[in-house]
Design a protein around this ligand. Structure first.
Ligand code: NCD
Length: 296
């Protein structure tokens, strides 16, 4: 019996649901590395509907589905699909929900995944809706934190674009379940929206303070594509840059949903603090857990 049919917002999950997925992820680690071959989704088809660029999310969903014995079909490029002829999202979703057993959707409009779930015949998973939510990223972020430092008593600093990053917006909601202390580091223009500051322990601080005091720095890319105009973006581009010199003598762990642009220097990659590539790998077992939850 599935605990949820669709996965649209992290808010749709209770703390117990989140812990259930994290525990289930442990069971898929070997399979994610190709060392076990549980063909539990054999005969099922996943439909990938990506209206925005993606590397990790789309490909880790594909890898997860295939490693569980399932198949994947893709919308492909938006220009090559009927969307380019003016087809509505509702029609596209309604039709492709007849072509598979689950839809993964990423769209530039906030609320689009929720809307898709209302017209789809099969479960819908939100892979990012504008500046809204990115719940599967949050589950893999939580999994990474749990594995690397533990979620209890966590002090985490969110760094960069706190206004537009959907990964931050999702993660914050989940962190309130675990009573984390949250430090906020951002340019003035990219502060965390007020409505996301309810029910949490938040404090604004400098990057130096965060490096010294947090267990984890969760660094984000400035979300250029969400800015109403390019000039506004230019004013804040390059505001923060983590370098090896800044973190070498600290125990702070560095996470990033990726892709990075220039906010983490390449010389950080070889330090033990850098865990963002492991974090990206955990996307596979976490998505195996999610896919099996909604399809079995
Ligand atoms: C993120 C996204 O799409 O929100 N990428 C991802 O899924 N790992 C982060 C980003 O694009 O900055």
């Amino acid at each position: 019996m599935s605990r949820f049919r669709h996965l649209i917002s992290i808010d749709d999950l209770s703390k117990d649901d989140i812990e259930h997925i994290l525990k289930k992820t442990d069971d898929f680690l070997e399979a994610a590395m190709g060392r076990e071959r549980p063909r539990i989704l054999e005969g099922r088809i996943l439909v990938n509907l990506f209206f925005e660029p993606s590397t990790r999310t789309r490909m880790s969903f594909e890898s997860a589905m295939k490693r569980l014995g399932g198949e994947v079909i893709n919308l492909g490029s938006v220009e090559a699909s009927s969307v380019a002829k003016g087809e509505s999202l509702a029609d596209t979703v309604r039709v492709v929900s007849g072509y598979g057993d689950c839809i993964v959707i990423r769209h530039y409009r906030e609320g689009s995944a929720r809307f898709a779930s209302m017209v789809s015949e099969v479960p819908v998973i939100n892979a990012g809706d504008g500046a809204g939510q990115h719940p599967t990223q949050t589950l893999l972020d939580l999994y990474t934190i749990r594995k690397e430092v533990g979620l209890r008593g966590l002090k985490i600093a969110l760094v960069g674009d706190l206004k537009y990053s959907r990964t931050v917006h999702s993660l914050i909601k989940a962190l309130t379940h675990f009573k984390a202390e949250i430090l906020l580091v951002s340019p003035e223009a990219l502060r965390l929206p007020e409505e996301l500051r309810e029910n949490g322990r938040f404090a604004e601080c400098s990057l130096d303070y965060a490096v010294e005091n947090a267990d984890v720095l969760y660094v984000t890319r400035i979300q250029k594509e969400r800015f109403p105009d390019e000039d506004e973006y230019r004013k804040v581009a390059g505001s923060y840059r983590i370098t090896a010199r800044m973190v070498r003598d600290s125990d702070v762990l560095i996470m990033h949903p990726l892709p990075r642009v220039d906010e983490i220097a390449y010389d950080v990659d070889s330090l033990p603090n850098a865990i963002y590539f492991r974090q990206a790998f955990y996307g596979v077992p976490v998505r195996m857990a999610i896919l099996s939850e909604v399809m079995l």
